[in-house]
Design a protein. Structure first.
Length: 254
């Protein structure tokens, strides 16, 4: 950004440090300060602390260049945490990485734009998906998308700017087509392989219409009360929508 002052830019910064293995080092040798076992919780916390320092350097750099009030910063993740550390990193939600329960797909989302987005505001009801980012950021930046652009996302620019918004389009997921590469998590955290979120409702099932689970995700965000039998109309409606969507997407080879 220093080399290209005055030019608009988009930076996608993927920090893999908080992924396994969590092994902080000094140059090439272990300095004795942190544990070497990547499964130890203190190793992860050591990396997380350093990550926090480096994000601070980035924010300080924007301030020094006078760009902090002309830069939108978004902090989020691609999926939930691995089922380690007693499940403590999923925020109390059911599931983890490789699961379609909320612990696997509900991500922290922080957005900052000093002078434009209210600081410290929390919205725990609006629904935002990462596919919404392209149309939303394009709208904020005054960029017109190509006429032939056809994406799954919605313009949620008002939501990014701090105004709660409802979502009038369903969300769909598929995850894990085999029991080899996707053979986790275990037990009650192992979800069916398809899911749909429609308004306050979320339905999960396998592609053969087995393992159906229905939740009012607003009232029951921990997904503990399966309403499949008590809400037959909603179950039938959402399962049909989900299977139609699944049949429409490309099928990968074995």
């Amino acid at each position: 950004m220093k080399r290209h002052k005055g030019k608009p830019c988009f930076v996608n910064l993927w920090s893999d440090d908080v992924h396994t293995p969590w092994v902080p080092r000094s140059e090439t040798e272990f300095n004795g300060k942190f544990p070497m076992n990547p499964e130890e919780e203190t190793a992860f916390k050591g990396v997380l602390e350093e990550y926090d320092v480096q994000i601070g350097r980035l924010l300080d750099g924007l301030q020094e260049m006078g760009l902090s009030e002309n830069t939108i910063i978004i902090f989020t993740s691609d999926n939930g945490p691995a089922p380690s550390f007693r499940g403590s990193r999923s925020g109390g939600f059911r599931g983890a990485k490789a699961s379609l329960y909320e612990g696997g797909i509900r991500m922290p989302f922080l957005v900052s734009w000093p002078g434009h987005i209210p600081a410290g505001k929390i919205d725990d009801r609006s629904v935002l998906h990462t596919t919404d980012l392209l149309p939303s950021l394009a709208k904020i930046a005054g960029i017109t998308l190509p006429k032939n652009y056809s994406g799954d996302g919605l313009d949620q620019s008002e939501l990014l700017l701090g105004k709660p918004a409802s979502r009038n389009r369903d969300l769909y997921w598929e995850y894990g087509r085999n029991d080899i590469a996707y053979n986790f998590p275990k037990g009650r955290d192992r979800s069916p392989r398809l899911a749909i979120r429609s308004g306050d409702w979320k339905l999960l099932m396998d592609s053969d219409k087995s393992k159906i689970e229905l939740y009012n995700i607003v009232k029951d965000s921990k997904e503990t009360n399966n309403l499949m039998t008590t809400e037959p109309k909603m179950t039938a409606q959402l399962s049909e929508k989900l299977i139609v969507w699944w049949r429409s997407i490309p099928k990968l080879g074995a």
